[in-house]
Design a binder for this molecule. Sequence first.
Ligand SMILES: *[C@@H]1O[C@H](CO)[C@@H](O)[C@H](O)[C@H]1NC(C)=O
Ligand SMILES: *[C@@H]1O[C@H](CO)[C@@H](O)[C@H](O)[C@H]1NC(C)=O
Ligand SMILES: *[C@@H]1O[C@H](CO)[C@@H](O)[C@H](O)[C@H]1NC(C)=O
Ligand SMILES: *[C@@H]1O[C@H](CO)[C@@H](O)[C@H](O)[C@H]1NC(C)=O
Ligand SMILES: *[C@@H]1O[C@H](CO)[C@@H](O)[C@H](O)[C@H]1NC(C)=O
Ligand SMILES: *[C@@H]1O[C@H](CO)[C@@H](O)[C@H](O)[C@H]1NC(C)=O
Ligand SMILES: [Fe+2]
Length: 472
Amino acid sequence: MGSSSSSSSPSLAAFAVIVLALVLSSAVLCNGGKTSVYVRKLEKTVDMPLDSDVFGLPSGYNVPQQVHITQGDHVGKAVIVSWVTEDEPGSSTVLYWSENSKQKKMAEGKVKTYKFYNYTSGYIHHCAIRNLEFNTKYYYMVGVGHTMRKFWFTTPPEVGPDVPYTFGLIGDLGQTFDSNSTLTHYEQNPRKGQTVLFVGDLSYADNYPNHDNVRWDSWARFVERSVAYQPWIWTAGNHEIDFAPEIGETKPFKPYTHRYHVPYRASKSTAPFWYSIKRASAYIIVLSSYSAYGMYTPQYQWLKEELPKVNRSETPWLIVLMHSPWYNSYSYHYMEGETMRVMYEPWFVQYKVDVVFAGHVHAYERSERVSNIAYNIVNGICIPVKNQSAPVYITIGDGGNIEGLATNMTEPQPAYSAYREASFGHAIFDIKNRTHAYYSWHRNHDGYAVEADSMWFFNRFWHPVDESATSQ
Ligand SMILES: *[C@@H]1O[C@H](CO)[C@@H](O)[C@H](O)[C@H]1NC(C)=O
Ligand SMILES: *[C@@H]1O[C@H](CO)[C@@H](O)[C@H](O)[C@H]1NC(C)=O
Ligand SMILES: *[C@@H]1O[C@H](CO)[C@@H](O)[C@H](O)[C@H]1NC(C)=O
Ligand SMILES: *[C@@H]1O[C@H](CO)[C@@H](O)[C@H](O)[C@H]1NC(C)=O
Ligand SMILES: *[C@@H]1O[C@H](CO)[C@@H](O)[C@H](O)[C@H]1NC(C)=O
Ligand SMILES: *[C@@H]1O[C@H](CO)[C@@H](O)[C@H](O)[C@H]1NC(C)=O
Ligand SMILES: [Fe+2]
């Protein structure tokens, strides 16, 4: 408040203070959406023991294990198949054939190993199979020459504006008993996710002494039952960093990058931590909270050139994945995403991103469509405002982790927060056509079909109508 106005006109100043206080209280302090009354029974979140059924191996010499697939190109006509053999390198060949043709084809991959502390990895194979037909079921086999195992996947429909497609959302999964419950709920959900958008923090191996990388292996065996049959789209979280300068590991992400390959070159990215894919009617941009993102950095430069390339006539749905959320009203990791928000949020509003999924906070939260881009350090306009061009921000870091649930929330609930709850679970983003997508969040303590939170998403390009009334 300027001192000249308060001395020349005290009543006006007092009035201004009252008005300001009212505006502030309604904009910031008043209760926002819903803080769920559901209180989860408190149990310890502990890792499943290494001899658990979920970590079991089929028998056989040099048997392939930890089989996983992800999209292998920009449009969905390629798949990267990865697996590990323990006894010897064996073959990096993938045999594959479509359901309609019995003629087997072959693709040749590569094998590598790495060391971390006193751990030496098995033989890690990665093989891209290309030129697949859209919308086709393929069988594939790995382990040629020794013990063979057979799996299958279905390629997505050709990219196009009205192609229905169902994505699952999982974050911060880990390998606890809760993680197993989350994965089971995802598998049993009648909405049938076709591809998982994974928002970071995979194994939590770094929670163990020497980041015991045996827990990277066990995690990959645990999730094989899903990720060998449908692609998981990977985002790097802080538990993928594995920074260990005391043993000379000064480059972050060593175990993660050896084990998980992504098609980053197909989107002209220069590093596997930020990239994009098209899948059916969605354009998915993956960002890295733990790589440089400031002005002039490779990630900044890439995203700046990437966003104008999105053609909403071809892919109406623009989805962004990152690990650290920008809008988070829990006390945990509070404001960790703030610096990246300051850099990129104006672009998200300008390019009308439909939804941003993040993890990191071990709980669930959904925002209103808000923008906080007006603030420029001198103008003092620092309150998020509703804006129909802005994305909905969803925190889905409730996969199971090992550190327990984030229960403390900032109070009162800020106006931008539409729904929040500290429970484990997963979500489904079910695209119907270019205008409509149905979103639901499923908590582990309910039956498989129960929706604890849901809303209809209206596409920001084709149908930019306020949809907040459609949420439960
Ligand atoms: C690595 O070191 C840890 C702790 O000293 C030990 O428990 C573990 O068995 C070692 N692992 C290997 C593969 O040598
Ligand atoms: C994990 O979940 C699966 C499927 O529900 C179940 O068969 C298995 O016994 C569970 N394992 C553990 C260790 O809880
Ligand atoms: C955008 O996609 C549509 C539909 O595929 C196509 O007709 C159009 O030419 C594309 N626009 C640009 C600028 O590439
Ligand atoms: C939403 O944000 C954009 C970009 O800042 C701005 O041009 C537009 O006026 C805003 N809309 C509303 C309704 O505030
Ligand atoms: C959570 O709240 C409790 C009680 O207010 C407090 O003791 C604790 O330090 C808080 N934890 C965090 C992480 O904020
Ligand atoms: C798009 O899907 C919604 C929800 O299923 C439906 O109500 C709407 O009619 C569909 N639009 C078109 C053009 O089919
Ligand atoms: Fe995290």
